[in-house]
Design a protein around this ligand. Structure first.
Ligand SMILES: [Mg+2]
Length: 191
């Protein structure tokens, strides 16, 4: 069964706009800056056999302060630069919106992608830079990796692992894929 690495967008794949210690999505294509390490990180994960699924809350669309068309242009640019298998967007304005079951921290986007791609969630990862990503990953039963960007907001649930950026997170995942060395006492029996 295929496994995925779920990726938050802003603060993971591209730089957010940071105001008063909190991240906000870029508003224009010009502001949409893909992190230099994102392509290498995603290529490494793809080669290791993971499907790559972006799961992004874009509430400004639901609030009417951003156009879906602009968000889709950003994603077209993203898929040109980075090998991605799927992008899930939730445009719900807030946690009480009718479609909020897809809004992180709810796991809907991950569950929908898992159904569509036949993913094994318990063997998948969620990488994000905010508490909503980590709680969403936990709710879906994934292993969570928190990218610490030193925002002023606090985490709620504890992530399984921490990373400095996406490449660091990708290397961490790959390190879990390495066969563990056999302890010496056990190895003696194999001789
Ligand atoms: Mg983010």
């Amino acid at each position: 069964m295929p496994r995925a690495v779920f990726l938050d967008r802003d603060g993971v794949l591209n730089a957010p706009l940071v105001r008063n210690g909190l991240p906000y999505p870029p508003q224009t294509l010009e502001e949409f800056q893909v992190y230099p390490e994102a392509s290498e990180a995603c290529t490494l994960l793809r080669k290791a056999g993971f499907l790559l699924v972006v799961a992004t809350n874009q509430p400004d669309v639901g609030r009417g302060t951003q156009r879906l068309e602009v968000v889709e242009q950003m994603h077209a640019l993203l898929t040109q630069r980075i090998p991605l298998d799927r992008i899930e967007i939730c445009t719900a304005a807030n946690d009480n919106s009718p479609d909020a079951e897809r809004r992180k921290p709810a796991p809907g986007m991950l569950l929908d992608a898992a159904r569509a791609l036949g993913l094994e969630l318990a063997l998948s990862y969620m990488i994000g830079d905010r508490w909503r990503d980590i709680d969403c990953g936990h709710a879906a039963g994934c292993t969570t990796i928190f990218i610490e960007r030193n925002y002023t907001e606090k985490l709620r649930q504890r992530p399984h692992h921490y990373a400095a950026d996406l490449l660091d997170a990708a290397r961490l995942i790959l390190s879990f894929e390495q066969p563990q060395p056999v302890p010496l006492a056990q190895a003696a029996h194999l001789l």
